[in-house]
Write a protein that binds this ligand. Structure first.
Ligand code: TA6
Length: 292
């Protein structure tokens, strides 16, 4: 069965290759993605899964704001990741198993609709192949007037050791460093490594970024429609400050998040906007050799 609903309001996807994913209706949050029987997304052991707050891990959907906004009275990162989405259905074609979710303005709490008073529909597709996970967001402006938004797929990648991680594809790009009072800097490194708190918004990022661990390719991220990429690891102090994140878990996760967050996306009345990512998981070379 390519997709079935569970008792805890989630959809399990199964690909004929054995790849699997789980998407919770809460936030349309992908909370598991397994390739070669190995979990590729990080979800904190302390994550709160009762719908009372956004899930700490997986792929939370950030919309219509990134961070907070003094003019828009919404929780950090907006309402999409802590709203109940509707499961629209399953599609299997060629080699892909995909499920779709939707969120419409009339599904929001009144306080959220008052804070961001626009008619909209979000359609979110999660699609599996043997080695890839595709997540695509379509924003439909159902108003007559233009509205603007920011959006991001807040992907938490499972890793073994943050000290062995490097992110490639960001060289010479401008970034805002939120750890250095939002200083605007240029990335001089071929490989971005992490040896402390990192919270950077890279702008105008090429479509492909890769994550390697111990010199081996671990994940490839190809984005479409999204301009920017955020790299985040909370490190020691911020890890201790998050109640839904284990003090030592910063060793085992890195967030590389495709989004359009540096500038507002303007969307005309009746128009749609599409953005997303295809992430590929690589098996470790050793494991590949063992399986030959
Ligand atoms: O994407 C990085 C970031 O904006 C960080 O600044 C940090 O706040 C992270 O998101 C997590 O935010 P959250 O609201 O989920 O605790």
């Amino acid at each position: 069965m390519p997709a079935h609903e569970t008792s805890h309001k989630s959809i399990i996807l199964k690909h004929p290759s054995g790849a699997e994913a789980e998407v919770r209706l809460f936030g349309a949050t992908v909370t598991s993605w397994k390739v070669d029987n190995t979990e590729r997304l990080f979800v904190s052991k302390e994550a709160i899964l009762d719908g009372s707050k956004a899930i700490r891990g997986g792929i939370p959907v950030v919309f219509p704001i990134f961070g907070t906004d003094e003019k828009i009275n919404l929780p950090q990162h907006g309402f999409a990741r802590n709203s109940d989405w509707e499961y629209v259905g399953l599609l299997t074609d060629n080699d892909e198993v995909s499920v779709r979710f939707s969120l419409k303005d009339n599904q929001l709490k009144q306080s959220q609709r008052s804070a961001w008073p626009h008619s909209f529909r979000l359609n979110y597709t999660v699609a599996l192949t043997e080695k890839t996970l595709r997540t695509t967001l379509v924003v439909k402006n159902e108003d007559e007037d233009t509205f603007e938004f920011k959006t991001l797929l807040h992907t938490y990648f499972q890793i073994s050791d943050i000290s062995k991680i490097a992110v490639n594809g960001l060289t010479n790009l401008t970034y805002i460093d939120k750890v250095q009072n939002a200083a605007k800097l240029v990335e001089e490194n071929q490989k971005v490594t992490i040896a402390g708190e990192v919270d950077r918004v890279y702008s105008n990022v090429p479509e492909e970024v890769t994550i390697e661990e111990d010199g081996q390719a671990k994940y490839r991220i190809v984005k479409t429609g999204m301009k920017d990429t955020v790299v985040w690891n909370p490190w020691i102090d911020k890890a201790k400050g998050m109640g839904d994140f284990g003090d030592e878990e910063y060793h085992n996760m890195v967030c590389v998040e495709v989004g359009s967050v540096a500038d507002w996306v303007k969307l005309g009345g009746g128009q749609t906007w599409t953005g997303g990512q295809v992430i590929t998981a690589f098996m470790s070379e050793l494991k590949e050799q063992l399986q030959r």
